[in-house]
Design a protein around this ligand. Structure first.
Ligand code: ZN
Length: 572
């Protein structure tokens, strides 16, 4: 086996690793006893920092709130409110507090804000005539002291249940950092749980769904694991390893994420992963970290212990040859996975592998036009389709494939098979599809649609419909000529809403999605909240509306500028 100078390579990486009291790998130390817990409840979590989620690493701690909303949220330290954000999805209502020590704390999925903050927000929303808002607040406007109540916990935005999402970011870089490294610990005596290891026969080919994988069940507990079926596993040539691991703490039954994985071969560390901190533009690279094809087909997160060449995420404090081990000798080696949670609880599994020299293989010839290099911009085109993948969007080289399939009824192009969905993309790529001649005057209503049903939007440009899409797969053109739907909940012509707290309706769209909406009462714009999960649009009555008869008017527009109108008079 070739293991080139480990000492030299680690030194070259320039990364100084420290280990704290719990023996946790970290590249920096962080102030302890500076931040307090943001809730008064005993700290317990439903989600850990760096936990594996669909298309992202979880960027904070999810504090549990007894399954309900409305708990006071406290400023974690002295500072000032620096940003107020309201989104349909995402964190819903979020608050950012900047602290003088170089860190910013973030509080997400809030139910509502403290009075002063709410006042400033509402002013801005009326000024911009928009429910969604992203407000930068100057340092002297809203100062806070540690412990001040700044908001109440909720379930807003893309939240799957009441909780408080809490982050600590580096103010300068906006990198998010594991809050537990600041001493905000969660009681934890439970080591990680391991269930499967995976061995990849990488050869000299790019990693893909075609890579040969072998899965091995493991069993055990209390930190010690072994193969379900005792055996020595044969390996040969460039080989990668992977593992499935989750973690629980002592305060809940939730399965959260682990903190680190270290891979050792004969006692030499060849790879380490640790969720200490990361930047938000790196978070999609989770699809380079996990075995993405396995995730798509079975929803299992196998955490690969080797690094794809185009993955720029900073969760790998050390590695030799990207964690790929080239087995060339005839010896038996011991491969160990050391998996830790943030409290330092450890689970270990070791397997014996029997190495053999790889058989000499003629490299397969690759057609140059469709062999894409991960470190270059890549383009592909026919007279009906164009694909432009900007540099930095592929994690590995790609033997790109394309096929054209027959046109379906009710569509305006053939189906274009753009590689396949198993290949992850870091961000978007440009897809241009030429519509057939029947599109005529409907060209301005054209969108690109994935056969899985996702509408990717699009605009006509040089005779093509052009869209930015996030995944490979099968695409075709459709048109959206149908206005959004408006379904009143408690408003109809002549309705008496005197006893109602709010006026509400449900809105939706069939294809391109809702671009904007505007509600008016007596011809004046009013703030209407849109609930991302229920699609309910509502206006909360306040004191400013006098008793009597009023006119309500709503306009909803989709991304292809189809417009729905609704009007009704009501009594207040
Ligand atoms: Zn969260």
């Amino acid at each position: 086996m070739r293991l080139i100078s480990f000492v030299l390579l680690v030194a070259c990486a320039g990364m100084l690793l420290t280990a704290n009291a719990q023996n946790i790998v970290q590249t920096k130390t962080y102030p302890k006893n500076y931040f307090r817990y943001p809730l008064d409840l005993p700290p317990t979590t439903a989600g850990s920092f760096g936990e594996l989620r669909p298309n992202h690493f979880h960027s904070g701690l999810d504090f549990k709130t007894n399954g309900t909303v409305g708990f006071p949220v406290h400023a974690a330290a002295d500072g000032y409110i620096s940003r107020i954000r309201v989104q349909f999805g995402g964190f819903g209502n979020a608050l950012y507090i900047t602290h003088p020590n170089g860190y910013t704390t973030v509080y997400g999925h809030l139910q509502r804000f403290a009075v002063e903050i709410e006042k400033l927000l509402k002013e801005k929303q009326y000024q911009l005539q928009s429910f969604e808002a992203d407000i930068d607040v100057t340092p002297l406007q809203l100062k806070v002291c540690q412990g001040d109540i700044v908001a109440w916990s909720g379930n807003a935005g893309a939240s799957e249940g009441p909780h408080l999402h809490f982050e600590i970011r580096d103010t300068q870089t906006q990198e998010t950092i594991n809050p537990q490294l600041f001493g905000l610990t969660i009681k934890d005596k439970v080591p990680p749980g391991l269930s499967t290891i995976c061995i990849y026969n990488l050869g000299n080919e790019p990693f893909s769904e075609k890579t040969t994988r072998r899965l091995f069940g493991i069993k055990g507990g209390a930190g010690h694991y072994y193969l379900m079926k005792p055996q020595v596993i044969n390996v040969s040539g460039p080989t990668g390893f992977g593992i499935t691991a989750t973690d629980m703490n002592s305060t809940s039954f939730n399965h959260n994420g682990i903190y680190s994985v270290e891979l050792k071969v004969d006692d030499q560390t060849v790879y380490t992963f640790a969720v200490e901190r990361f930047a938000f533009d790196q978070t999609h690279a989770i699809n380079a970290y996990i075995d993405y094809p396995i995730y798509l087909t079975s929803h299992r997160f196998i955490q690969k212990c080797f690094i794809l060449p185009g993955s720029k995420i900073t969760v790998y404090p050390q590695s030799i040859d990207r964690g790929i081990i080239n087995f060339t000798d005839n010896n038996t080696h011991l491969v160990s996975y050391i998996v830790k949670d943030i409290a330092g609880n450890t689970a270990i599994v070791s397997v014996e592998v029997k190495s053999s020299p790889p058989k000499l293989q003629q490299p397969t010839a690759k057609p140059a036009a469709t062999f894409f290099h991960y470190d270059k911009q890549n383009e592909f085109g026919t007279d009906k389709v164009k694909v432009v993948i900007p540099t930095g969007n592929l994690y590995d080289d790609l033997d790109f494939s394309y096929a054209i399939l027959p046109e379906k009824k009710g569509t305006y192009s053939e189906v274009h098979r753009i590689d396949n969905r198993m290949t992850p993309i870091n961000d978007t790529f440009e897809l241009w599809i030429k519509p057939d001649n029947s599109i005529g005057h409907l060209a301005n209503k054209a969108v690109i649609v994935n056969t899985d049903g996702t509408c990717e939007g699009g605009d006509m440009e040089n005779g093509y419909v052009k869209a930015k899409v996030r995944t490979f797969g099968d695409y075709y053109i459709k048109v959206d000529t149908v206005p959004p739907t408006v379904r009143p909940i408690n408003i109809r012509e002549g309705a008496n809403l005197s006893k109602m707290k709010r006026l509400s309706l449900k809105i939706g769209d069939n294809l391109s999605g809702i671009k904007s909406y505007a509600g008016k009462i007596d011809d004046k714009w009013v703030l209407m909240e849109w609930d991302y999960k229920t699609h309910v649009l509502s206006y909360s009555f306040d004191q400013t509306l006098s008793p009597g008869r009023h006119q309500f008017e709503l306009t909803v527009t989709d991304f292809k500028d189809n417009i729905a109108h609704f009007t009704a008079n009501f009594i207040r």
